[in-house]
Design a protein around this ligand. Structure first.
Ligand SMILES: [Zn+2]
Length: 248
């Protein structure tokens, strides 16, 4: 038979147990996993600007004719024969006026040769001079599949890109056949840059497709059409041929 536990012994046992429990709690507290520390950065409040910084200007690089090996215009070409001072004559015509008073519309074209053929600017010129028998490449500017922008026909000379509507119309060609291919993003980016630049330089009012001028043509191809309205909108131009003024 065990001896009855004394009151003093009982008190000692209780205190010892409490101390042991407290130690365990302290040990758990001191050995628990380190907490994940999330550093919350202070909110960055920009200083109030005293002037509104202007956006970085985009640089538009245009490869001039002499750098892509352009042939000189041929004024003996049978479908653009001779040189004239009369804007109603279909011969080679150089605008005598301030170009901002002449140009109203930019016409969008495709070259109708597949992107995979790696067509060059000289190929476009050769086609226009040797097959179409024009005096020079018909477009004023072209954009190849790498987004390189080329000077075509001199901007002071009337283009040959929209039959019956060339006077006062700037021709811009995106190289590719967009009845089959899709225009590349870099080409669309450059096209927008070119159109924006032409709009401000020559105070243009309208943007149209070749097809809108000459319905018998599918140019600039069905896969380009979705981009035409936004292109005009971003440049602040009206759509269509409504800005065309027939020469007197
Ligand atoms: Zn065209």
């Amino acid at each position: 038979m065990s001896r009855p536990i004394s009151r003093r012994r009982l008190l000692t046992l209780i205190l010892t147990s409490l101390a042991a429990a407290g130690g365990a709690i302290i040990a758990w507290l001191t050995h628990r996993p380190a907490p994940i520390v999330v550093v919350i950065e202070p909110t960055q409040i920009p200083p109030t600007p005293t002037t509104i910084p202007s956006p970085t200007p985009q640089t538009l690089v245009i490869v001039p004719r002499d750098q892509w090996g352009a042939r000189p215009p041929d004024h003996g070409a049978i479908n653009e024969f001779g040189v004239t001072n009369d804007p109603t004559n279909p011969a080679w015509y150089v605008y005598p006026d301030n170009l901002a008073d002449v140009y109203s519309t930019v016409a969008i074209h495709h070259s109708a040769i597949l992107l995979s053929t790696n067509e060059t600017m000289r190929d476009v010129q050769d086609l226009h001079m040797d097959t179409n028998h024009w005096a020079d490449v018909g477009y004023h500017y072209c954009i190849d599949k790498n987004g390189i922008v080329y000077e075509g026909r001199n901007i002071h000379a009337r283009g040959s890109s929209v039959a019956g509507y060339n006077t006062g119309t700037i021709g811009v060609c995106v190289m590719g056949n967009f009845e089959i291919d899709f225009p590349l993003e870099i080409q669309l980016t450059k096209l927008q840059q070119v159109v924006n630049w032409l709009t401000t330089t020559y105070t243009l009012t309208h943007l149209a497709t070749h097809h809108e001028f000459n319905p018998e043509s599918v140019c600039p191809g069905k896969n380009m059409l979705a981009y035409i309205d936004p292109l005009a909108q971003k440049a602040g131009l009206e759509r269509g041929i409504g800005g065309y003024v027939k020469p007197i």
